[in-house]
Unconditional design. Sequence first.
Length: 413
Amino acid sequence: MAPSAADRTGRLSVPEAELSVPGGLPDPLVAADGTPVTSADDWTRRRAELIDLFERHVYGRTPSKRVTMDSEVIASNPGAVEGRATRTEIQLRFAGGPTANLLLYVPNAVTERCPAFLGLNFWGNHELESDPEIVLSQQWMRGHGVGVVGNRATEASRGCEADRWPLAQILDRGYALATMYCGDLDPDYDDGFANGIHPLFYGPGQTRPARDEWGTLGAWAWGLSRALDYLETDSRIDAGQVIAFGHSRLGKAALWAAAQDTRFAMAASNNSGCGGAALSRRRVGETVEAITRRFPHWFCTAFNDYVDREDALPVDQHELIALIAPRPVCIGSAVGDEWADPAGEFLSARYADPVYRLLGVEGFSGTDMPDPGEAVTSRIAYHLRPGGHGITVHDWTRYLDSADRQLGAYLAL
Ligand code: GTR
């Protein structure tokens, strides 16, 4: 199939014929033994089955063992973001393992417990603002980051991603924001899982995860849940209204976190692509072959079996979206981000719909790909932004609008 392409007007030209998946998709509402799923109780069983399939074949099993986590507030500034927020840095210490720093902004104007976006970041918490009070991460970083020298951040790295985090906008809309460096949980390179949190869970003599045990995306998703554990203890946050959020590889982790951990009230995935919101079977843009070759550590080893065999996968990514039902989920694509297959992300939203309907709530109200700049604003929301891979104010506005519109309805269920 020809890849989808943006024409000169910036419109994503996706003929209906291309909005399809040759060979079809697994049906979220048919159990592995062929039994139709026709009630909420059936779905509870099917849901457990799908989690198990995603664990065994895609992301790897998340360990059930609990680790003790201590937390300590290491800095607090009540006048951050021009007086808008109280900014706190919290050290989360995992017994016997690494430490992760959570950076939390709570709007001063909100006097009740407030909803929060929680997402990982690519370059350390200092990427959000140039303020030297924020701890400069000492962790390993990928080499091409702003100010990164010898795989470490420097003072020149501060604020390097500020445009991706429109703090004033988020805070003025009444939302808190919490973020943590993904590399605090597991550095983003293939080191055989010697660093990060994986070794904390090894059995005697074990030196790396087994074939069906978690990779880096699984570790990042786990970290989002641990940050949520902390937010549950913070009286300023409404822990029942926390949105798992992420861009690109971190959007994959956010979806997997929300699929597994039903405490997340909503998920927002931006340009998450292959292994995120995009259907694997379409093989448009990044394929299983491409992703496992460049990022062998992201998934479980068993996922390699599906290189050029996407049709043999027992699941596809619309079922990852369905695992978030009945909670709201937002999927954001960009016209020029063909690597992430915007049409494949749209179709995941569309084909997750029946599960939401079965559970008696609105699912996805769109049938055609929206034009760039337009959105489908149902409980499963989808928007297509002009431009390329990245996260912009446009994307944030969509996620904030969806949260305003959908969270209340979900909580009223
Ligand atoms: C790309 C990768 C994508 C996406 C992206 C990102 O190199 O192929 O799957 O996750 O990185 O995280 O920015």
